[in-house]
Design a protein around this ligand. Structure first.
Ligand code: G6P
Length: 632
């Protein structure tokens, strides 16, 4: 939610650097954008409603050379997406500017106090209190003079201001009266510093930094930093100096380019075979055979991690929650561990009563989702007397994110960064992580025989080639099929067992990017409600993979057909009965039912993508959504 970026250095190119950074952060919000720079002792602020190109046009016609500036791309929370609510926000003198990602919960009280002190407000946002609060404290701090514990009045004024803020926020501050300083602070919202040659950067996320540097330093909660053209100093909110060392990011700038694909989403769908391959290579012991002493899987978890484990609870949001549902199926049916899957936003205010020997798993592609992090933080502190300490595990493709600083154990899915707002490759990678975890547990708990384990692992190894086959053989066909649904208003997705979460995911993908109403339902439940929605105008997509519920799903599909619904089947290529049931087929290779979600989701991603593309919609940046949801 919202992206912030900042630059200080010797190049007079702050505007270009800020705009380029915002382009890389636009996935975080695109309701408005703005930059503020300082040149010739003056603060210049340019803002525009809507997507970044509106701001780029304004900046192109009014640019000043500057070597200090901040920028913002907004996902509106407080106040409509209008230019007057766009960041940066300024104090009454218009010499100090602030960008913020997050929500200031006590902004109403602060605004009233500041109004009494003579400050004038011009927006409906929570953020605007911050520049006024800093400006309010500055004269007093300047009058006190410099003291050893506050090396700069601006730093001290920001420090005192952030101590009065409640909520989750990351901010960047500049002032025309302090033209050699960029002050940043973090509390529960991401902020990374970048170290260049005589220039320093800050950003909500690393893609904005990697064109300039790979030396990065993530700030932790409760930290404030002062960036000058000569270096970076980090302090705690209490004013104590914090010693931190930058680390090198193992990334390549090409990873955040479209590389010839029309959209990031399509590129990321095509990356899935490679992502699965990489993840398996990382964690599978290639030479493992039944009878060997060690587990075939090495997740890098402590040796006693599974000891006495009695149950698992998963917390996640959105698509990651769907991955958690597949995880639950695997952990229960393969590893014999009772598992609950919780929306993090619900769990944090109504947690399951404490039970000893519970493993809590947080699943998040961004590693920054506020609700998921808060739920995990709560579980890290909830602890009954005499019980062993809580066991926490994160599953993410962003091992450098806030998640990894919150939980002691991480499974890095190696999917890399995902730019398309609708998650695709990160979902498939989260599934792979759950397969590996469940099989590792099954080995330890001996809930599968070595032969069964071997068969499933061999099945996993075939998946990259099978995914490639789906993409090669189906994309053109799905593109053509999608034409038929450009004007459709409702879709139903049905699945059962391990493919029920895939029905939910197929419906979510379609909703997110095509704005078509879609519902995912357990196929057996259709007769208890959604069947009333069916007629010839409502297509039904059913996932029917041979196994425990194959015949049942086909019967449920027939029930829909009897109500005139057009039936689309995600089913193996060679299934005669299924072929006769469905009006259109999205075929996938024949695989073990247990492994099938890794394949069945792909035609549904393609279907959603092509319907949205045919409708001429902005697939990578759908309306109202953001890739990284750092507010509650
Ligand atoms: C947003 C994204 C979704 C994502 C969800 C959870 O809504 O648009 O694609 O599934 O957040 O995000 P997380 O980063 O925690 O997986």
């Amino acid at each position: 939610m919202c992206g912030i970026v900042g630059y200080i250095g010797t190049q007079p190119a702050a505007s270009e650097i800020l705009l380029a950074g915002l382009q890389k952060l636009e996935y975080r919000g695109y309701d408005s954008a703005g930059i503020a720079t300082i040149s010739e002792g003056e603060l210049h602020c340019i803002r525009a409603k809507g997507k970044l190109h509106n701001l780029q046009e304004k900046v192109a016609s009014w640019n000043r050379p500057a070597s200090l500036g901040i920028g913002h791309t907004r996902w509106a929370t407080h106040g409509k997406p209008e230019e007057y609510n766009a960041h940066p926000h300024r104090d009454t003198s218009e010499r100090l500017a602030v960008v913020q990602n997050g929500i200031i919960e006590n902004y109403r009280e602060l605004r009233e106090q500041l109004r009494h002190h003579g400050h004038t407000f011009r927006s409906d946002t929570d953020t605007e209190v911050i520049p006024h609060l800093i400006a309010d404290g500055l004269p007093r701090i300047q009058a006190e003079g410099l003291q050893a514990h506050h090396p700069s009045p601006l730093l001290e004024a920001v420090r005192q201001a952030v101590c009065q803020l409640q909520g989750a926020f990351a901010i960047a501050v500049i002032s025309a009266d302090f033209p050699d300083e960029l002050i940043v602070a973090r509390q529960q919202a991401p902020l990374v510093l970048g170290f260049g040659q005589g220039e320093f950067f800050c950003a909500s996320d690393t893609p904005a930094l990697i064109p300039y540097t790979r030396a990065i330093l993530p700030l932790d909660n409760g930290e404030i930093a002062r960036l000058t053209p000569t270096g970076v100093e980090v302090f705690s909110f209490e004013g104590n100096r914090v010693r931190k060392t930058p680390r090198t990011l193992n990334w390549n700038p090409v990873m955040v380019e479209k590389q010839g694909f029309k959209h990031f989403m399509l590129k990321e769908i095509y990356e899935q075979p490679g992502v699965v391959r990489t993840c398996l290579e990382q964690y599978l012991n290639g030479d493992w055979q039944p009878g060997m002493a060690d587990s075939p899987i090495h997740l890098g978890l402590p040796t006693d991690f599974y000891n006495n484990l009695e149950q698992v609870q998963i917390v996640a949001c959105g698509t990651s929650w769907h991955a958690g549902l597949v995880g639950k199926y695997l952990l229960e049916q393969v590893a014999g561990l009772p598992t609950t899957v919780n929306y993090a936003s619900e769990f944090r205010y109504a947690p399951t009563p404490l039970r000893p020997n519970t493993l809590t798993i947080g699943v998040t592609q961004s590693g920054e989702t506020a609700d998921t992090l808060a739920a995990l933080e709560m579980e890290g502190t909830r602890h009954s007397e005499g019980a062993p300490p809580p066991r926490l595990l994160g599953i993410t493709n962003r091992p450098e994110s806030s998640l990894s600083r919150l939980v002691p154990q991480i499974i890095d899915t190696h999917a890399g960064i995902e730019i398309g707002v609708a998650a695709t490759k990160t979902f498939v990678a989260q599934l792979v992580a759950f397969y590996l975890l469940a099989l590792d547990l099954a080995y330890t708990r001996q809930t599968l025989t070595p032969e069964q384990l071997h068969t499933l692992i061999e099945g996993l190894r075939q998946l990259p080639a099978e995914l490639e086959l789906i993409l090669e053989s189906q994309e053109r066909y799905v593109e053509t099929l999608a034409h038929d649904f450009v004007d459709t208003q409702d879709f139903i997705f049905l699945g059962r067992g391990i493919n029920f979460p895939i029905a939910l995911e197929g419906a979510l993908k379609l909703k997110e990017i095509s704005y078509i109403h879609a519902e995912g339902y357990p196929a057996g439940e259709m007769k208890h409600g959604p069947i009333a929605l069916l007629d010839a105008k409502v297509p039904v997509v059913a996932i029917a993979m041979p196994g425990t519920v194959f015949e049942k799903v086909l019967s449920n599909a027939q029930e829909a057909k009897a109500r005139d619904a057009l039936l689309i089947g995600v089913t193996p290529m060679d299934e005669q009965e299924a072929a006769e049931t469905f009006d259109a087929l999205l075929p996938v290779p024949h695989v073990d039912e247990l492994l099938s979600p890794l394949l069945t989701v792909v035609p549904l991603q393609l279907l959603a993508y092509h319907i949205a593309a045919h409708r001429g919609l902005d697939v990578d940046q759908p309306r109202n959504l953001a890739k990284s949801v750092t507010v509650e």
